[in-house]
Design a protein around this ligand. Structure first.
Ligand SMILES: [Zn+2]
Length: 159
């Protein structure tokens, strides 16, 4: 352990990882919804799938946005699928678990595990349902697997 690693300890903690994972989960929900429709995943911003009303940032907060709206659109009151907060919580929890499991000395394994779950889950779901997936999810998943293989097998063999 050296000082440069210590400086990153604040960011390398499960609570922070949950937050970041849930935010990525929010984006991945948009990808899951829009990618099969061949629509841009970056613009426009999040809108209600029913009434198309733009969502304010406070309605868009991962997991909690859904909870304090009681699972309904603020404008047209149509129920919003619980799978959105479910996936946000799932990605947040797996990110937290990955960083909790691997100490900061093994940060490449922690980050790669979290990245693999976050990219691999929507990639597989899209491949199963639509037989195609965004290139950036595939790229992240491949890189994450490469890091995991390299850090576990080859590092273990070198010892
Ligand atoms: Zn609505």
């Amino acid at each position: 352990m050296n000082t440069t690693l210590q400086d990153w300890v604040f960011f390398y903690n499960p609570w922070f990882a949950f937050l970041i994972g849930a935010c990525f989960g929010s984006f991945l929900n948009v990808v899951m919804y829009r990618y099969p429709l061949r629509r841009s995943v970056v613009s426009p911003g999040s809108a209600c799938p029913n009434c198309d009303h733009n969502l304010a940032w406070y309605d868009n907060v991962p997991v909690f946005g859904w909870l304090w709206l009681l699972g309904k659109c603020r404008y047209c009151k149509i129920p919003i699928s619980p799978r959105y907060p479910f996936y946000e919580a799932l990605y947040g929890l797996t990110s937290a678990l990955a960083l909790w499991w691997f100490p900061i000395e093994q940060w490449p394994l922690g980050l790669a595990s979290a990245a693999l779950v976050l990219s691999g889950t929507p990639m597989l779901l899209l491949l199963i349902r639509h037989r195609r997936a965004p290139w950036y999810l595939i790229l992240i998943a491949v890189v994450a697997v490469a890091v995991l293989v390299w850090r576990t097998w080859f590092a273990a063999a070198a010892v």
